[in-house]
Design a protein around this ligand. Sequence first.
Ligand code: G6P
Ligand code: MG
Length: 211
Amino acid sequence: MIKAVLFDLDGVIVSTDHCHYRAWKRMADEEGIYFDEKINDRLRGVSRMASLDIVLERATRTYGDDEKKKLADRKNGYYRELISELTPADVLPGAMENLNKLKRNGVLVAVGSSSKNTPIILKQIGLADFFDAVSDGNNITRSKPDPEVFLSAAKMLGVSPADCLVVEDADAGIEAGRAGGMKTLSVKGAKGADYAAADLSAFDIYERIIR
Ligand code: G6P
Ligand code: MG
């Protein structure tokens, strides 16, 4: 029985993916590195430094560890500028309806995100105190597709992984949920999930999966 739903943040609760794209694009352009939306798709659910390694696949020279740290910091600065503009209106369609319905019916809700910016984003969109647990890039050492972020969310909630449903927009996130022994719901075409929805606006998680 599903007792908890673990939501990815970027691309599921709030559309920060275009902010990530713009920040990486700005940094890549400055460095003369080719970057496009297709490469950006590969960064979904992937930690900041692992994302940088993917961006640098197109670089014409190699970067040392110190330089890489600086590039990641620069991108994060650009990203922070963009997410400082986020408001509750940026919560994706259907997300609040689903979150409220789950809560009303006694289902626990948590965030499971690779992002170290999760606390800032939750504050911006007015959900800093909403979730029963928040597991993010600040409390894990291995990013998706490793299940660590979701397993630690389940642990915080005191719910066994088999009683959790993971909601994800990234292939790496679905893989992480499955590796953790959880049920999975994909949005926006993420592959390999038990259930799929185009997005959360026309999908009632409680009625369709849990009840
Ligand atoms: C999310 C996004 C990724 C991003 C990662 C780290 O999982 O989908 O694209 O790279 O978070 O984000 P951060 O905010 O820590 O740089
Ligand atoms: Mg995502």
